[in-house]
Design a protein around this ligand. Structure first.
Ligand code: BES
Ligand code: MN
Ligand code: ZN
Length: 494
């Protein structure tokens, strides 16, 4: 999907579809009023009849329109103007993209809504992100495509072309890299496992100029990543740790992203039930978000230093699998008693975080589909945010807000540390109770970050859409790629 920005009058744009946004409970303004006039008052009439009143995500296709060059119109409800923000506009655009992507349109033109409370850059990026989201599919292995994104998405605006060129580029890159993360999550675990994930990272590194290192089993032994290796031991598929470096920040500090990449989580010997296991190819969504963000940051050539660490394993039961009662020694020397092999994410992140700290990362963000407990607390669409630094948390929350993604802080009071005390080792890998499960997991991770400011995002909820909706196909969501890109853009450790 190529993104093109134009400032032509709407009536001369010869697209398969012209998408026009209208606000709820307001007279038509700007471009929508202009179009209404060309159409002989049709939009006004539709509103009066109650057919197209501008409710958020209301979609009204108009066929056989005359008086303009475009072949069809899609009237896209935008909801109340005063309440419009990045996330709500993205949803409206996603609904439009989803509807049109089944109709094989080659060129779709979207008129940027007038009088939005947001600036033109944010409006443009929200619309483009929505179209990318709505028109991509989880049906990667279907014999026939059910969705075709348009070859060209023409954005019609009023601001001078040059002022928004950078926004267009950023929007296109973020959309494509978010879809990369979705694709990786959606690929079946027979095809996507640690080695093949690492190969995808290699392709991306070659194309973008990112520095790449792939740690295989031998190197992981040398790097003392024994906690990660213990998780991997039950599987026929060897583990990998992928390191990607973007180093355009000169002598400035390094931001590190660490992603959980369990390409399939069976639970190990603490085997999951079929219902619990059925979607567990999604358990590498954290690593996918890191890869998507690294690619975007490299393509944008952001003037920062970013290290991406992707910890890739398959969690399987077997005669070689780690056992309950095993004690592991992590990279930083701490000993861990394994009481549940299904709490594997924290075991691999322990070593990956310690590695990032040893690489002198100044700030850390980890992303992990870590606990069902986080979904109990916050539901599907919201990530849990846990941290050792109030200042760094605020920066991550700000980047999420700018990107229209939802994260919410959970407390990290010192007394929660009691939950991971072990009788036989320094710590144990479960919280020992079903309460505060997202937090006891975060307390475990905190043991591996030292004094480095760190934010943990538990994305078990938002990384996966259970069902199809008007806004996207079910499956991987590519969540937090845009937030990480924004964080890198705004990064200033000073
Ligand atoms: N990958 C799961 C968490 C998960 C659950 C992600 C549902 C997405 C949807 C994780 O490895 C896990 O199994 N966590 C356990 C931890 C428990 C054994 C302490 C859980 O949440 O039940
Ligand atoms: Mn698990
Ligand atoms: Zn898991």
């Amino acid at each position: 999907m190529q993104i093109i920005y134009q400032t032509l009058p709407l009536s001369v744009v010869a697209a398969d579809w012209l998408v026009i946004g209208i606000w709820e409970d307001e007279p038509l303004v700007g471009v929508s009023a202009e179009l209404d006039a060309k159409l002989g008052g049709m939009l006004t009439k539709l509103r009066e009849q109650g057919d197209a009143v501008g409710k958020a995500r209301e979609l009204t296709p108009l066929y056989q329109v005359t008086g303009i060059a475009a072949r069809r119109i899609l009237v896209m409800g935008l909801g109340a103007r005063g309440k419009s923000d990045f996330a709500s506009l993205l949803c409206c655009a996603a609904a439009s993209g989803r509807m049109l992507s089944t109709r094989k349109a080659r060129q779709i033109a979207v008129a940027l809504p007038d009088a939005s409370p947001m600036d033109a850059d944010a409006v443009l990026r929200a619309v483009v992100a929505g179209f990318f989201q709505g028109s991509s599919t989880a049906g990667l292995r279907k014999s026939e495509n059910e969705r075709t994104p348009p070859a060209e998405l023409v954005i019609l605006g009023t601001s001078p072309e040059t002022s928004l060129l950078e926004s267009v580029r950023r929007a296109e890159i973020e959309g494509r890299c978010t879809n990369l993360a979705r694709e990786l999550v959606n690929l079946p675990p027979c095809d996507l496992y640690p080695e093949t994930f690492a190969e995808r990272a290699r392709d991306i590194a070659v194309r973008t100029g990112l520095e790449l290192q792939i740690l295989d089993e031998q190197k992981l032994v040398v790097e003392r990543m024994n906690s990660l290796l213990a998780v991997a031991r039950g599987s026929e598929r060897p583990p990998r740790v992928v390191l990607l470096k973007h180093a355009l920040g000169g002598s400035r500090p390094t931001l590190a992203f660490v992603g959980k990449g369990v390409t399939f989580d069976s639970g190990g010997l603490s085997l999951k039930t079929t219902d619990q296991m059925v979607d567990m190819k999604c358990d590498m969504a954290g690593a996918a978000a890191v890869l998507g963000a690294m690619q975007a940051i490299a393509e944008l050539r952001l003037p920062v230093n970013v290290l991406g660490v992707m910890a890739l394993v398959e969690n399987m039961p077997s005669g070689k699998a780690m056992k309950l009662g095993d004690v592991l020694k992590a990279r930083n020397g701490k000993t861990i008693e394994v009481l549940n092999t299904d709490a594997e994410g924290r075991l691999i992140l322990a070593d990956a975080l310690a590695y990032a700290v040893d690489q002198k990362a100044s700030h850390l963000v980890d992303l992990a589909t870590l606990t069902g407990a986080c979904m109990v607390a916050l539901g599907y669409d919201v990530a849990g945010l846990m941290s050792n630094s109030e200042t760094w948390s605020q920066k991550v929350l700000a980047a999420a807000a700018v990107s229209g993604e939802k994260a919410w802080p959970l407390p990290m009071f010192p007394h929660y540390r009691e939950m991971i005390k072990s009788d036989v080792a320094d710590i144990k890998n479960t919280g020992g109770s079903r309460y505060a499960g997202a937090i006891s997991a975060a307390k475990f991770l905190e043991e591996f970050v030292g004094a480095t400011p760190w934010v943990h995002l538990d994305i078990a909820g938002p990384s996966w859409a259970e069902k199809d909706s008007a806004l996207r196909d079910s499956g991987g969501t590519g969540c937090f790629v845009r937030t990480l890109v924004e964080l890198a853009r705004a990064y200033d450790a000073g």
